[in-house]
Design a protein around this ligand. Structure first.
Ligand SMILES: O=C(CO)COP(=O)(O)O
Length: 250
C-alpha cells in the first residue's frame, strides 16, 4: 500500500498573462490558502512576472514557479534565464522538459536532465514533464517512451522533496481530450514502478502529477486515482475560479 503523498496542484500559464493578470494570481492565492493544510499550490507565469507575482503572493501559501530554465549555470547565453536567476526572483520551482519545449524547441532528455540538475542545485523544485505523442500512443509505444524519458531526464539520486514528475500525454494538452481513468491509473502505476526502480524509496514518495486538459469537471475523477498526486494545469489555471475548483477536487 502506498503512503499518502501530499498533492501539488500546479498551473502553467505558458505564454499568457501580462501585469494586469497579477490580480488573478492574487485571487488564486486567497482561495488556495483555505486548502493549504492538505496540499501545495503553485502558479508558473512568464519569467517577466516572477518577481511581481512573488511580491503579490508573499505571506500566502501559493508558491510561484518558472516554466523553464537554462541547462547552464551562467555566461554568454543571450536570452536564457538560469536556475539561480529563477530562484533569485523568489520563485520556488521550475517546470523542465514540457512537451512544448521537447517538441517545439528540440530539447532532448539529456538537456532536460541538465536543467533539472541546475534547478535542484539552485534550491528549486524541478517539475520534470514526460509524455507520449499521439503517434507513439497509437503504436502502443507509450510505456517505452515514458521509461526512456524518465531514464534520460531524471537526475541520479533525485529526492522526492526536490523533484516532481508530471505525466502529460502530448495529445491531451490543450485538446479537451484525456485518457480514460483506467489508462491514467495504469500509466501512473507504471511511472511509480519505474521511479522505484530508478530511485528506490525516494521514487515511492515522489509526486506524480497528471496534466492534459484537466478541468473543473474532470478533476474529481482524476484526483481519485491512486498514484495521481496532483495536477499540472494549463488553460484552466488562467482563471482563478477554474483553478480553485480543481484545487478543491484534490
Ligand atoms: O500543458 C499543460 C500543462 O503544462 C496542460 O495544458 P492544458 O491543461 O491546457 O491541456
Amino acid at each position: 500500500m502506498s503512503e499518502k503523498i501530499r498533492p501539488l496542484i500546479a498551473g502553467n500559464w505558458k505564454m499568457n498573462g501580462l501585469s494586469a493578470s497579477l490580480s488573478e494570481i492574487a485571487l488564486i492565492a486567497e482561495g488556495a490558502d483555505a486548502h493549504s493544510q492538505r496540499l501545495d499550490t503553485l502558479i508558473c507565469p512568464s519569467a517577466t512576472l516572477l518577481v511581481a507575482a512573488g511580491a503579490r503572493t508573499a505571506g500566502t501559501s501559493l508558491a510561484i514557479g518558472a516554466q523553464d530554465c537554462s541547462s547552464e549555470t551562467h555566461g554568454a547565453y543571450t536570452g536564457d534565464v538560469s536556475a539561480a536567476m529563477v530562484a533569485d526572483s523568489g520563485a520556488r520551482a521550475v517546470i523542465v522538459g514540457h512537451s512544448e519545449r521537447r517538441q517545439g524547441r528540440g530539447e532532448t532528455s539529456a538537456d532536460v536532465k541538465r536543467k533539472a540538475e541546475r534547478a535542484v542545485e539552485a534550491g528549486l523544485q524541478a517539475i520534470i514533464c514526460i509524455g507520449e505523442t499521439e503517434e507513439e500512443m497509437l503504436k502502443g509505444a507509450t510505456q517505452d517512451v515514458l521509461l526512456r524519458q524518465l531514464q534520460g531526464s531524471v537526475p541520479a539520486r533525485s529526492k522526492s522533496s526536490s523533484v516532481v514528475i508530471a505525466y502529460e500525454p502530448v495529445w491531451a494538452i490543450g485538446t479537451g481530450r484525456t485518457p480514460s481513468i483506467d489508462n491514467i491509473a495504469g500509466l501512473h502505476a507504471f511511472i511509480r514502478t519505474s521511479l522505484i526502480d530508478l530511485l528506490g524509496e525516494e521514487g515511492r514518495r515522489m509526486r506524480i502529477l497528471y496534466g492534459g486538459s484537466v478541468k473543473p469537471d474532470n478533476a474529481t475523477e482524476i484526483a481519485g486515482i491512486e498514484d495521481v498526486n496532483g495536477a499540472l494545469v494549463g488553460g484552466a489555471s488562467l482563471k482563478a475560479s477554474d483553478f480553485l475548483a480543481i484545487v478543491k477536487s484534490f
